[in-house]
Design a protein around this ligand. Structure first.
Ligand code: AIR
Length: 148
């Protein structure tokens, strides 16, 4: 396991954007950031709503990141919106703002074909970080294949 963590550290060339739909989602984004920090993965953390400020979201994506983690509740368009303007992997984290997060879960998971978003469990920022680490780890796959 320690060896795998070292490999992840070697993926330092990559940078992730964690973006929240609102400041009220920051407690979930912090869980993501904590794990990325612990694995020495570089990231930015921003707040930008796909509904309230789509131009800000576009400008953030135009900076260019290796991977996006979008955290949002209610009608959570943010991960899908980002996936519509980048070819990079997007991981969505549904937040339990209302309806126990079911509204956000379905908004993130039910993407149309051709616009993929990986959806983790409700409020599960930790799994978004772990999935991101696995995706970044693939940059080392050529040198050392992953275990089956
Ligand atoms: N939200 C913000 N813009 C679009 C959406 N879906 C979400 C946020 C947050 C929830 O609405 O991601 O989870 C409530 O936001 P606020 O700012 O009212 O607390």
């Amino acid at each position: 396991m320690e060896e795998a963590v070292d490999d992840r550290k070697a993926c330092g060339c990559m940078k992730i954007l964690i973006v929240c739909g609102s400041e009220s989602d920051l407690h979930i984004a912090e869980k993501v950031g904590f794990i990325l920090e612990g694995n020495k993965v570089d990231f930015d953390l921003e707040v930008a709503s796909a509904h309230r400020d789509p131009e800000k979201v576009k400008n953030l994506v135009n900076r260019g990141y290796s991977l996006y983690i979008a955290v949002a509740g209610l009608s959570a368009a943010l991960p899908g919106f980002i996936a519509s303007i980048t070819d990079r992997p997007v991981i969505g984290v549904p937040v339990s703002a209302k309806l126990g997060g079911l509204d956000a879960l379905l908004s993130i998971a039910q993407m149309p074909k051709g616009v993929p978003v990986a959806c983790v469990g409700i409020d599960n920022g930790e799994n978004a970080a772990y999935l991101a680490l696995r995706i970044l780890h693939m940059c080392r796959q050529k040198e050392k294949p992953l275990k089956p």
